[in-house]
Write a protein that binds this ligand. Structure first.
Ligand code: SGN
Ligand code: CA
Length: 686
């Protein structure tokens, strides 16, 4: 039944029930419900039938929406796994919770909603995907996948070490959630986060779902063969094209032929590892499901657009089969609640996913861009008798709002400075007059996988303005979502939109000030080359630099003779988890961005003066440094090419590193750090 018709029917039923049972009359705030938070990875709203999917049916997720609320305009603030999860836990955008890109380490000492609920008497548990690198804090019980985790017979991390669990990740995670529900202390309210790996790449469905979507073609998006005209030129370089970047063996599990097997590229070699994790029955189910299809593909060997179409069908069907598994998990959890009506009556059930995903739009898989497909997060919530069935929330909401919502429901004050706002009034059908009219977005992981440039932007109900700020990709896009819902033509330079661009720019500036985000300023005029850096601002006569990757750097080309001295003063900024800072020297001979880099600096936390040679820092010389934990450290780097020596000194510490014979000299100078924020006095060169 289409959602609208179902809604009419349901609202009639709900009204009747309300008349007898006083539905939605009771206050939500402070009612201390249980919270069952079911969360998946990369599940786009347009692959949920309650959101009008053209592709698949998700009856169990739809049931949550039918019996509760569906958020029509819910967005993430940074379309990536770790960052979205860190935001959900803290109610803060990435720059404030410190987790800007996958691979950062979540600082578990900061306040999170599970921790605050635990302190307020809740039992707290998380099962499944975590992906925040540090040990989970604030949970009475946790059993999580290491990093991305595996689909088949996955390993889990627990307080007592690593365990392998037989079965498919979605089913195993569901069972872990059900087991915990059974054995929890029924006297206390609970938070249970059931977090699925699915439907994340490389889309390995459970055997039970392999039969779905057989014998028919899924509709193609209108932009499957996008030529990326009229938008940021960097879009054409994105490495997430179904045509060019999806791999036949690893991503689509087509077995390599005998001729292909010895020549597989890195990613495709992981095909064998995935197969090796399966047991005989699982492998047999896969072979039975795909043998004929694979054989026909080899025989027909489609080329050009026909090949892209075939890849799209295989990719999307496996993605949707994974979604079907997640939907079944939701069904199992709802069935458990049906069988425990007292618990059900007092449980808020939430379904969401860390960000959306491209399902072939623009020819892409993956996410990261501020485009609707991945910016949107599905969000549905049910609490029988408390949230009116069939409620639709049209307001702009965001993952920063989850923590304040859960806290308000539990009657726990949100921490000072939290970015999000409680959704409770929206759930009650009483939207505050001053609800936000725009959401903020900031994506950082530019240098890593998929080549999507770093960006920040703003989205209102009708328009979207994005600024790409990296050196070399500096540019703007503006989309009119009403007249161009597929975001195919940027009107950033269209005179007809000059007023709108001004208005949105002002909004963007205001949001950055409101959230205190000064990251994304890279001073390209002073340091035209950078990688892994989130912020460089001129401060206190020098520069403050935040590198949010290991070995982040910002450089400028500079004439440096055979003998030179660089001096600066480094200051560790309080409150940063891993403090360090380096003067960076790039070798002459290649262009600056590709040159081998030497790092000479201070590891504050380890109290060491360190010289790191090129080649990933394997050559390393160090000396202990007396440091009181606060004082600025004056650093001197003396290079003498005739003597083939680099000498670093700071206080009493001195480190001498030999320079290789073949080194032609240095041609660029700058600043660097590893996952740290540091202040550098102006570099003085003599
Ligand atoms: C892996 C995937 C990428 C994906 C990231 C981040 N490659 O690196 O395609 O964008 O995860 O995804 S894979 O070869 O390992 O599948 S996220 O959801 O965790 O942010
Ligand atoms: Ca994800």
């Amino acid at each position: 039944m289409p959602r609208t018709r179902r809604l009419v029917l349901l609202s009639v039923l709900a009204a009747a029930a309300a008349a007898t049972a006083g539905v939605a009359q009771q206050p939500l705030a402070g009612a201390r419900p249980n919270i069952l938070f079911v969360f998946s990875d990369d599940h786009a709203a347009h692959a949920i039938s309650a959101y009008g999917s053209r592709l698949n049916q998700t009856p169990h997720i739809d049931r949550i929406a039918d019996e509760g609320a569906l958020f029509r305009a819910n967005f993430c603030g940074n379309a990536l796994c770790g960052p979205s999860r860190a935001t959900i836990l803290t109610g803060l955008h990435s720059h404030k919770n410190g987790f800007c890109r996958n691979g950062n380490v979540f600082d578990g000492d900061q306040p999170t909603f599970p921790k605050l609920l635990q302190q307020a008497g809740y039992q707290t548990a998380i099962v499944g995907k975590w992906h925040l690198e540090s040990t989970p804090t604030g949970f009475d019980h946790w059993i999580v996948l290491p990093d991305q985790g595996q689909y088949y017979n996955p390993d889990f991390l627990t307080k007592d070490g690593r365990v392998r669990m037989p079965g498919h990740a979605t089913d195993v995670t569901t069972q872990l959630a059900l087991d915990w529900l059974e054995r929890r202390d029924p006297q206390k309210p609970f938070v249970l986060m059931c977090q699925h790996k699915a439907p994340h790449r490389n889309w390995l469905p459970a055997p039970a779902d392999l039969g779905a979507f057989r014998g028919r073609d899924l509709p193609e998006p209108a932009t499957l063969f996008d030529a990326y005209e009229g938008r940021l030129p960097a879009r054409a370089h994105t490495e997430m094209e179904i045509a060019r970047h999806l791999t036949l063996h690893y991503d689509l599990m087509v077995p390599p032929t005998a001729a292909e097997a010895p020549t597989l590229a890195d990613l495709d070699r992981a095909y064998a590892q995935q197969r090796a994790r399966m047991d005989d029955a699982q492998r047999a189910a896969w072979d039975a499901a795909f043998a004929a299809e694979d054989e026909a593909f080899r025989r027909e060997n489609p080329l050009g657009r026909e090949r892209v179409r075939w890849l799209y069908q295989r990719y999307l069907k496996n993605y949707l089969r994974c979604v079907q598994g997640v939907d079944r998990s939701v069904g199992a959890l709802l069935a458990w609640l049906d069988a425990h009506p007292d618990v059900k009556a007092n449980t808020l059930v939430v379904y969401s996913s860390d960000q959306g995903f491209f399902l072939g739009e623009h020819g892409w898989y993956d996410k990261r861009w501020m485009d609707e497909e991945c910016l949107r997060m599905p969000l549905v919530m049910r609490w029988p008798g408390r949230i009116a069935a069939g409620r639709e929330v049209a307001q702009l909401t965001q993952n920063i709002d989850f923590a304040p919502t859960f806290l308000e429901l539990a009657g726990v004050p949100a921490p000072q400075g939290v970015h999000g706002r409680s959704l409770v009034p929206l759930l009650a059908g009483e939207p505050p007059a001053d609800w936000r009219d725009a959401v903020y977005y900031h994506y950082y992981e530019s240098q890593a996988t998929h080549r999507v440039p770093a960006m920040y932007g703003v989205r209102t109900a009708t328009h979207k303005l994005v600024r790409y700020y990296e050196p070399g990709v500096d540019g703007w896009e503006l989309f009119d979502l009403v007249n161009d819902p597929d975001e195919l033509r940027s009107v950033a330079d269209d005179p007809a939109y000059e007023g709108m661009r001004k208005e949105l720019t002002a909004k963007l500036v205001a949001l950055r000030a409101q959230y205190g985000d000064d990251t994304g300023e890279l001073l390209p005029a002073r340091f035209p080359h950078s990688a892994g850096v989130t912020r460089i601002v001129a401060a206190d006569g020098g520069h403050r630099l935040w590198a949010n990757a290991p070995g982040g750097w910002a450089l400028r080309a500079q004439q440096l003779g055979p003998r030179f001295d660089v001096t600066t003063t480094l200051r560790s900024l309080p409150g940063k988890p891993q403090q360090n800072g380096f003067v960076v020297l790039a070798e002459a001979g290649a262009n600056v961005a590709d040159a081998a880099r030497w790092r000479v600096g201070v590891e504050f936390s380890a109290r060491k003066l360190v010289v790191l040679g090129p080649m990933g820092g394997k050559a390393r010389w160090e000396a202990p440094l007396l440091w009181d934990g606060q004082a600025p450290v004056a650093l001197r780097v003396a290079v003498d090419l005739d003597r083939r020596e680099l000498v670093a000194s700071a206080g009493d510490a001195r480190v001498a590193a030999p320079l290789p014979r073949e080194l032609a000299g240095f041609a660029a100078l700058g600043l660097g750090a590893s996952n740290a924020e540091t202040h550098f006095a102006e570099l003085a060169v003599r």
